[in-house]
Design a protein around this ligand. Structure first.
Ligand code: C2E
Ligand code: MG
Ligand code: MG
Ligand code: MG
Length: 278
Protein backbone atom coordinates (compact mmCIF):
# COMPACT_ATOMS: atom_id res chain seq x y z
CA UNK A 1 0.00 0.00 0.00
CA UNK A 2 1.55 3.26 -1.09
CA UNK A 3 1.24 6.14 1.29
CA UNK A 4 -0.07 9.13 -0.59
CA UNK A 5 1.58 11.87 1.39
CA UNK A 6 3.06 14.05 -1.29
CA UNK A 7 6.58 13.99 -2.63
CA UNK A 8 7.90 11.69 0.05
CA UNK A 9 5.35 9.00 -0.70
CA UNK A 10 7.66 6.66 -2.53
CA UNK A 11 10.18 6.56 0.30
CA UNK A 12 7.71 4.55 2.32
CA UNK A 13 6.52 2.47 -0.56
CA UNK A 14 9.69 0.57 -1.40
CA UNK A 15 10.57 -0.75 2.09
CA UNK A 16 6.97 -1.83 2.62
CA UNK A 17 6.97 -3.74 -0.65
CA UNK A 18 10.23 -5.40 0.30
CA UNK A 19 8.92 -6.36 3.71
CA UNK A 20 5.84 -7.79 2.06
CA UNK A 21 7.79 -9.90 -0.41
CA UNK A 22 10.17 -11.15 2.31
CA UNK A 23 7.18 -12.38 4.25
CA UNK A 24 5.65 -13.91 1.11
CA UNK A 25 8.93 -15.67 0.30
CA UNK A 26 9.37 -17.03 3.79
CA UNK A 27 5.74 -18.17 3.96
CA UNK A 28 6.00 -19.85 0.55
CA UNK A 29 9.09 -21.74 1.75
CA UNK A 30 7.48 -22.74 5.04
CA UNK A 31 4.37 -23.92 3.21
CA UNK A 32 6.43 -26.64 1.49
CA UNK A 33 6.71 -28.46 4.81
CA UNK A 34 3.24 -27.69 6.05
CA UNK A 35 1.63 -30.97 4.98
CA UNK A 36 4.46 -33.17 6.26
CA UNK A 37 4.65 -31.20 9.52
CA UNK A 38 0.90 -31.54 10.01
CA UNK A 39 0.39 -27.80 10.17
CA UNK A 40 -2.64 -27.85 7.88
CA UNK A 41 -6.17 -28.49 9.05
CA UNK A 42 -9.52 -28.37 7.34
CA UNK A 43 -12.38 -26.39 8.83
CA UNK A 44 -15.99 -26.93 7.74
CA UNK A 45 -18.51 -24.11 7.57
CA UNK A 46 -22.13 -25.32 7.69
CA UNK A 47 -24.59 -24.35 4.95
CA UNK A 48 -28.31 -24.02 5.63
CA UNK A 49 -31.36 -24.42 3.44
CA UNK A 50 -33.37 -21.19 3.82
CA UNK A 51 -36.93 -22.46 3.64
CA UNK A 52 -36.56 -25.55 5.85
CA UNK A 53 -33.84 -24.08 8.07
CA UNK A 54 -31.95 -27.34 7.81
CA UNK A 55 -28.26 -28.04 7.45
CA UNK A 56 -27.63 -29.20 3.88
CA UNK A 57 -23.87 -29.11 3.59
CA UNK A 58 -20.60 -27.46 4.50
CA UNK A 59 -17.69 -25.74 2.77
CA UNK A 60 -14.18 -27.06 3.44
CA UNK A 61 -11.78 -24.20 4.28
CA UNK A 62 -8.05 -24.61 4.80
CA UNK A 63 -6.36 -23.52 8.02
CA UNK A 64 -2.59 -23.23 8.38
CA UNK A 65 -0.89 -22.93 11.72
CA UNK A 66 2.68 -21.76 11.12
CA UNK A 67 4.99 -22.88 13.97
CA UNK A 68 6.20 -19.32 14.71
CA UNK A 69 3.71 -17.01 13.04
CA UNK A 70 0.53 -18.69 14.24
CA UNK A 71 -2.52 -18.86 12.00
CA UNK A 72 -1.95 -17.53 8.48
CA UNK A 73 -5.06 -16.64 6.48
CA UNK A 74 -5.83 -18.69 3.36
CA UNK A 75 -6.42 -15.35 1.64
CA UNK A 76 -2.65 -14.87 2.08
CA UNK A 77 -1.18 -18.35 1.59
CA UNK A 78 -3.48 -19.75 -1.15
CA UNK A 79 -2.24 -17.17 -3.71
CA UNK A 80 1.37 -18.11 -2.79
CA UNK A 81 0.58 -21.80 -3.20
CA UNK A 82 -1.02 -21.03 -6.56
CA UNK A 83 2.09 -19.17 -7.71
CA UNK A 84 4.59 -21.89 -6.80
CA UNK A 85 2.39 -24.84 -7.75
CA UNK A 86 2.10 -26.23 -4.21
CA UNK A 87 -1.67 -25.82 -4.48
CA UNK A 88 -1.76 -29.02 -6.53
CA UNK A 89 -0.50 -31.27 -3.71
CA UNK A 90 -2.28 -29.23 -1.04
CA UNK A 91 -5.47 -29.55 -3.10
CA UNK A 92 -5.23 -33.37 -3.10
CA UNK A 93 -4.62 -33.31 0.64
CA UNK A 94 -7.84 -31.26 0.97
CA UNK A 95 -9.80 -33.68 -1.26
CA UNK A 96 -8.65 -36.65 0.84
CA UNK A 97 -9.70 -34.95 4.11
CA UNK A 98 -13.07 -34.04 2.57
CA UNK A 99 -13.61 -37.67 1.54
CA UNK A 100 -12.74 -38.82 5.09
CA UNK A 101 -15.26 -36.35 6.46
CA UNK A 102 -17.94 -37.53 4.03
CA UNK A 103 -17.26 -41.17 4.92
CA UNK A 104 -17.65 -40.33 8.63
CA UNK A 105 -20.85 -38.34 8.02
CA UNK A 106 -22.35 -41.16 6.01
CA UNK A 107 -21.35 -43.75 8.62
CA UNK A 108 -23.29 -41.60 11.10
CA UNK A 109 -26.35 -41.64 8.83
CA UNK A 110 -25.91 -38.10 7.53
CA UNK A 111 -25.95 -39.01 3.87
CA UNK A 112 -27.80 -35.88 2.73
CA UNK A 113 -24.94 -33.57 3.65
CA UNK A 114 -22.69 -32.45 0.80
CA UNK A 115 -19.29 -30.83 1.09
CA UNK A 116 -18.04 -27.98 -1.06
CA UNK A 117 -14.36 -27.84 -2.03
CA UNK A 118 -12.54 -24.81 -3.45
CA UNK A 119 -10.54 -25.67 -6.56
CA UNK A 120 -7.99 -23.25 -8.03
CA UNK A 121 -7.24 -22.80 -11.71
CA UNK A 122 -3.80 -24.36 -11.20
CA UNK A 123 -5.48 -27.55 -9.99
CA UNK A 124 -8.15 -27.66 -12.67
CA UNK A 125 -5.65 -27.27 -15.54
CA UNK A 126 -3.78 -30.43 -14.50
CA UNK A 127 -4.51 -32.84 -17.36
CA UNK A 128 -5.35 -35.67 -14.94
CA UNK A 129 -7.45 -33.58 -12.55
CA UNK A 130 -10.83 -35.15 -13.36
CA UNK A 131 -9.64 -38.77 -13.63
CA UNK A 132 -7.56 -38.50 -10.44
CA UNK A 133 -10.50 -36.95 -8.58
CA UNK A 134 -12.81 -39.70 -9.82
CA UNK A 135 -10.33 -42.40 -8.77
CA UNK A 136 -10.01 -41.03 -5.23
CA UNK A 137 -13.75 -40.51 -4.86
CA UNK A 138 -14.47 -43.98 -6.19
CA UNK A 139 -11.95 -45.55 -3.79
CA UNK A 140 -13.65 -43.79 -0.86
CA UNK A 141 -17.08 -45.17 -1.71
CA UNK A 142 -18.62 -41.68 -1.52
CA UNK A 143 -20.94 -40.74 -4.43
CA UNK A 144 -19.73 -37.84 -6.58
CA UNK A 145 -23.07 -36.09 -5.93
CA UNK A 146 -21.93 -35.41 -2.36
CA UNK A 147 -19.12 -33.18 -3.61
CA UNK A 148 -19.60 -29.62 -4.70
CA UNK A 149 -16.70 -28.20 -6.71
CA UNK A 150 -16.35 -24.43 -6.13
CA UNK A 151 -14.74 -22.50 -8.96
CA UNK A 152 -14.45 -18.72 -9.21
CA UNK A 153 -15.37 -16.78 -12.32
CA UNK A 154 -11.69 -16.09 -12.91
CA UNK A 155 -11.00 -19.85 -13.06
CA UNK A 156 -13.67 -20.12 -15.72
CA UNK A 157 -11.93 -17.38 -17.70
CA UNK A 158 -8.31 -18.58 -17.48
CA UNK A 159 -8.68 -21.08 -20.28
CA UNK A 160 -12.36 -21.20 -21.24
CA UNK A 161 -12.06 -24.13 -23.61
CA UNK A 162 -10.18 -26.41 -21.22
CA UNK A 163 -12.34 -25.27 -18.28
CA UNK A 164 -15.50 -25.99 -20.26
CA UNK A 165 -14.35 -29.52 -21.04
CA UNK A 166 -13.34 -30.18 -17.43
CA UNK A 167 -16.65 -28.84 -16.12
CA UNK A 168 -18.59 -31.01 -18.54
CA UNK A 169 -16.55 -34.06 -17.46
CA UNK A 170 -17.04 -33.26 -13.75
CA UNK A 171 -20.74 -32.81 -14.29
CA UNK A 172 -21.03 -36.03 -16.29
CA UNK A 173 -19.25 -37.84 -13.45
CA UNK A 174 -21.93 -36.57 -11.05
CA UNK A 175 -20.06 -33.78 -9.24
CA UNK A 176 -21.92 -30.53 -8.51
CA UNK A 177 -20.38 -27.27 -9.65
CA UNK A 178 -20.72 -23.90 -7.93
CA UNK A 179 -19.50 -20.51 -9.06
CA UNK A 180 -17.84 -18.88 -6.03
CA UNK A 181 -17.73 -15.14 -5.25
CA UNK A 182 -20.20 -14.56 -8.08
CA UNK A 183 -20.31 -11.03 -9.41
CA UNK A 184 -16.83 -9.97 -8.30
CA UNK A 185 -14.68 -11.22 -11.19
CA UNK A 186 -13.95 -9.72 -14.55
CA UNK A 187 -15.83 -12.08 -16.77
CA UNK A 188 -18.34 -12.47 -19.50
CA UNK A 189 -21.54 -14.09 -18.31
CA UNK A 190 -21.64 -16.23 -21.42
CA UNK A 191 -19.93 -19.02 -19.46
CA UNK A 192 -23.19 -19.41 -17.50
CA UNK A 193 -24.93 -20.88 -20.53
CA UNK A 194 -21.95 -22.82 -21.86
CA UNK A 195 -20.85 -24.54 -18.67
CA UNK A 196 -22.65 -27.11 -16.53
CA UNK A 197 -23.26 -25.01 -13.40
CA UNK A 198 -25.52 -26.12 -10.54
CA UNK A 199 -25.19 -23.28 -8.07
CA UNK A 200 -24.23 -19.64 -7.83
CA UNK A 201 -22.64 -18.36 -4.62
CA UNK A 202 -23.67 -14.74 -4.12
CA UNK A 203 -20.57 -12.92 -2.89
CA UNK A 204 -20.44 -11.54 0.64
CA UNK A 205 -19.82 -8.04 -0.72
CA UNK A 206 -23.45 -7.96 -1.99
CA UNK A 207 -24.81 -9.56 1.17
CA UNK A 208 -23.21 -7.08 3.57
CA UNK A 209 -25.69 -4.28 2.81
CA UNK A 210 -28.50 -6.27 1.15
CA UNK A 211 -30.95 -5.24 3.89
CA UNK A 212 -30.75 -1.50 3.24
CA UNK A 213 -28.72 -0.53 0.20
CA UNK A 214 -30.71 -0.12 -3.01
CA UNK A 215 -27.88 -1.17 -5.34
CA UNK A 216 -27.13 -4.36 -3.42
CA UNK A 217 -30.80 -5.33 -3.18
CA UNK A 218 -31.15 -4.86 -6.92
CA UNK A 219 -28.05 -6.88 -7.75
CA UNK A 220 -29.04 -9.74 -5.41
CA UNK A 221 -32.57 -9.80 -6.89
CA UNK A 222 -31.12 -9.95 -10.38
CA UNK A 223 -28.73 -12.79 -9.50
CA UNK A 224 -31.50 -14.84 -7.87
CA UNK A 225 -33.91 -14.36 -10.77
CA UNK A 226 -31.30 -15.08 -13.38
CA UNK A 227 -30.14 -18.22 -11.56
CA UNK A 228 -33.69 -19.48 -11.23
CA UNK A 229 -34.45 -18.87 -14.91
CA UNK A 230 -31.32 -20.80 -15.81
CA UNK A 231 -32.27 -23.69 -13.50
CA UNK A 232 -29.47 -22.99 -11.01
CA UNK A 233 -29.63 -22.72 -7.23
CA UNK A 234 -28.31 -19.79 -5.18
CA UNK A 235 -26.44 -19.67 -1.89
CA UNK A 236 -25.49 -16.42 -0.19
CA UNK A 237 -22.12 -16.26 1.56
CA UNK A 238 -21.11 -14.15 4.54
CA UNK A 239 -24.58 -13.94 6.11
CA UNK A 240 -23.93 -12.46 9.55
CA UNK A 241 -27.34 -11.30 10.80
CA UNK A 242 -30.93 -12.50 11.05
CA UNK A 243 -32.02 -9.44 9.03
CA UNK A 244 -29.79 -10.51 6.14
CA UNK A 245 -31.15 -14.06 6.39
CA UNK A 246 -34.76 -12.77 6.33
CA UNK A 247 -34.12 -10.45 3.39
CA UNK A 248 -32.52 -13.27 1.41
CA UNK A 249 -35.36 -15.64 2.30
CA UNK A 250 -37.96 -13.15 1.03
CA UNK A 251 -36.00 -12.68 -2.18
CA UNK A 252 -36.11 -16.43 -2.85
CA UNK A 253 -32.46 -17.32 -2.25
CA UNK A 254 -32.13 -21.09 -1.66
CA UNK A 255 -29.42 -21.35 0.98
CA UNK A 256 -27.04 -19.41 3.19
CA UNK A 257 -23.60 -19.75 4.69
CA UNK A 258 -22.13 -17.33 7.20
CA UNK A 259 -21.27 -16.49 10.79
CA UNK A 260 -24.97 -16.06 11.65
CA UNK A 261 -25.51 -19.81 11.16
CA UNK A 262 -21.99 -20.91 12.03
CA UNK A 263 -18.33 -20.01 11.72
CA UNK A 264 -16.04 -22.54 10.03
CA UNK A 265 -15.56 -25.35 12.60
CA UNK A 266 -12.62 -27.68 13.25
CA UNK A 267 -12.71 -31.36 14.19
CA UNK A 268 -15.06 -32.29 16.99
CA UNK A 269 -16.76 -28.86 16.93
CA UNK A 270 -18.01 -29.63 13.43
CA UNK A 271 -19.14 -33.14 14.38
CA UNK A 272 -21.02 -31.70 17.37
CA UNK A 273 -22.70 -29.09 15.13
CA UNK A 274 -23.82 -31.82 12.72
CA UNK A 275 -25.23 -33.90 15.57
CA UNK A 276 -27.17 -30.93 16.93
CA UNK A 277 -28.50 -29.70 13.56
CA UNK A 278 -29.39 -32.79 11.55
P1 C2E B 1 -14.21 -18.42 -0.17
O1 C2E B 1 -14.18 -19.73 -0.86
O2 C2E B 1 -15.05 -17.35 -0.76
O3 C2E B 1 -14.66 -18.74 1.32
C1 C2E B 1 -15.47 -17.90 2.09
C2 C2E B 1 -14.64 -17.12 3.07
O4 C2E B 1 -15.52 -16.26 3.81
C3 C2E B 1 -13.94 -17.96 4.12
O5 C2E B 1 -12.73 -17.27 4.45
C4 C2E B 1 -14.90 -17.92 5.29
O6 C2E B 1 -14.28 -18.19 6.53
C5 C2E B 1 -15.38 -16.49 5.21
N1 C2E B 1 -16.69 -16.29 5.80
C6 C2E B 1 -17.74 -17.14 5.81
N2 C2E B 1 -18.81 -16.60 6.41
C7 C2E B 1 -18.44 -15.37 6.82
C8 C2E B 1 -19.13 -14.30 7.51
O7 C2E B 1 -20.30 -14.39 7.87
N3 C2E B 1 -18.43 -13.17 7.74
C9 C2E B 1 -17.12 -13.02 7.35
N4 C2E B 1 -16.52 -11.87 7.62
N5 C2E B 1 -16.45 -13.98 6.68
C10 C2E B 1 -17.11 -15.15 6.43
P2 C2E B 1 -11.37 -18.05 4.62
O8 C2E B 1 -11.63 -19.34 5.34
O9 C2E B 1 -10.40 -17.08 5.22
O10 C2E B 1 -10.95 -18.41 3.14
C11 C2E B 1 -10.59 -17.40 2.25
C12 C2E B 1 -10.48 -17.92 0.84
O11 C2E B 1 -9.35 -18.81 0.71
C13 C2E B 1 -11.68 -18.73 0.38
O12 C2E B 1 -12.71 -17.85 -0.01
C14 C2E B 1 -11.07 -19.49 -0.79
O13 C2E B 1 -11.03 -18.69 -1.94
C15 C2E B 1 -9.66 -19.74 -0.31
N6 C2E B 1 -9.55 -21.11 0.21
C16 C2E B 1 -9.83 -21.60 1.45
N7 C2E B 1 -9.63 -22.92 1.51
C17 C2E B 1 -9.22 -23.31 0.27
C18 C2E B 1 -8.85 -24.58 -0.33
O14 C2E B 1 -8.90 -25.67 0.29
N8 C2E B 1 -8.45 -24.55 -1.65
C19 C2E B 1 -8.43 -23.40 -2.38
N9 C2E B 1 -8.05 -23.47 -3.67
N10 C2E B 1 -8.78 -22.20 -1.87
C20 C2E B 1 -9.17 -22.15 -0.56
MG1 MG C 1 -15.48 -20.99 -1.60
MG1 MG D 1 -16.40 -14.30 -1.29
MG1 MG E 1 -16.79 -17.47 -1.70
Amino acid sequence: RAKRDGRNGLRFYAPEMQKHSERALSLATALKNAIASQELALAFQPQMDISHRRMIGAEALLRWRHPERGFVSPAEFIPLAEQNGLIVSIGWWVIDRVLEQLVALRAAGRDNISIAVNVSAAQLVQPDFVTELQARVHASGVPAQAIDIELTESVAMVNPEDTGEKMAALSAAGFRISIDDFGTGYSSMSYLKRFAIDKIKIDKSFVDEVTHKHEDKTIVNAIIHMARSLGMRTIAEGVETEEQFETLRRKGCDAIQGYWYSRPLLGEDFSAFVRAHT
